[in-house]
Design a protein around this ligand. Structure first.
Ligand code: UT7
Length: 328
């Protein structure tokens, strides 16, 4: 079995910054409510077709090539995680492959595990490398949640945002992916879902109540996230026969600052070991963890080839939860 390692990190966000104040002119809300309930101050929103999921993911891939010196022809597989693909088919990964000229990437496909998608994508990417059949794999997370947002629904439109991030996985000498934990609960579909497709054909008339937008029972999602993410991290740490004290940073889905504060408290970990950046990016679903990782690299908080251990953990519709312990 081969070892996988993260060789480079990158992110790319749309140009347009939308403040809480601007949203308070669209729906009945205030900057104060949004900040105290979620921690979000502003977010990036796509304002052109080139800032669709494939376009954002393409920019991330190009940045990864620049940082690593790897060429597009060397890529063996592309995994894109998204709940907002440009189209149902082909996959966003196929569109990225075309855009970057990764002509030798045999496997190009999308993963949808909602906001936990990056962690699921990382697990898939690691398996592709450890199989020995793929040497260089892109795991890209790209979301344009603004197109699945009901801009009249104040309970979601102040939270959801657009952005992309990702990593280049290559073969490494040491074991870097130390442990992983995943859980899904399909019984909780009603608390977070969106973009329904109905059966519609000459023999079956689609119902009129199309539900194109993301709908969320915020409090129930909050409770699920706190409970299941902390349980998942505890199982992960136990599986790795490690302690939370061995972990330099916890980089979790950036949905709500209060979920992160409560999770840190529950795990007995100082708040400053949980990275927080949703105040400037909002909730970018599966892209939030790789955007955070890329920010942390830029700020020098984490570094490749140090052996420092980080936990990544995400939760989202499904309901899904996934965590990984990674040595950088
Ligand atoms: O990434 C996917 C995973 N998603 C999440 O993790 C989200 C998890 N949930 C949350 O982050 C929080 O539950 C929210 C930020 C969505 C809401 O915070 P909350 O403290 O749970 O508030 P709430 O839903 O209990 O709503 C409190 C009040 C309600 O009014 P009433 O019924 O008490 O009169 C809402 O109608 O706040 C009202 N409200 C708003 N008020 C001003 C809801 N949205 C807004 C708003 N501005 N934007």
């Amino acid at each position: 079995m081969k070892n996988a390692k993260i060789a480079a990190f990158a992110s790319h966000s749309p140009e347009k910054v939308v403040s809480n104040e601007e949203l308070s002119r669209l729906v009945d809300t205030t900057d104060e409510w949004i900040q105290t309930r979620s921690g979000i101050r502003s977010r990036r929103i796509s304002s052109s077709e080139s800032e669709n999921s494939s376009g954002l993911a393409t920019q991330v891939a190009l940045a990864l090539f620049e940082k690593s010196g790897v060429k597009p022809e060397e890529i063996d597989a592309i995994v894109v995680t998204t709940v907002t693909p440009d189209m149902n088919t082909p996959s966003t990964a196929a569109l990225v492959q075309r855009n970057i000229g990764a002509v030798n990437a045999g496997m190009c496909f999308d993963v949808n595990a909602a906001c936990a998608g990056f962690v699921y994508g990382m697990s898939v990417g690691e398996k592709l490398i450890s199989s020995g059949k793929h040497k260089k794999v892109l795991v890209l997370s790209a979301e344009v949640l603004s197109k699945a947002t009901d801009w009249l629904d104040r309970s979601t439109c102040v939270l959801l945002a657009d952005g992309a991030g990702g990593v280049l996985l290559t073969e490494g000498d040491e074991k870097s992916f130390l442990a992983e934990d995943f859980k899904s609960d399909g019984n909780k579909i009603d608390i977070l879902h969106g973009g329904n497709f109905h059966v519609s054909n000459p023999w079956c008339e689609a119902p009129q109540d199309f539900k194109l937008y993301i709908r969320m029972k915020g409090r129930e999602v909050f409770d699920f996230a706190l409970k299941e993410m902390t349980k998942s991290i505890n199982r992960l740490i136990e599986e790795a026969k490690a302690s939370v004290n061995d972990v330099k940073y916890f980089v979790v889905h950036q949905a709500n600052a209060r979920i992160i504060q409560a999770a840190a408290k529950k795990l007995g970990v100082a708040q400053d070991r949980f990275y927080v950046n949703m105040h400037e990016y909002g909730n970018t679903s599966s892209a939030s963890i790789p955007i955070a990782l890329s920010d942390m690299i830029k700020k020098g908080l984490i570094k490749s080839e140090t052996g420092d251990k980080i936990v990544i953990s995400g939760f989202g519709a499904g309901m899904t939860v996934g965590s990984m312990l990674i040595a950088l």
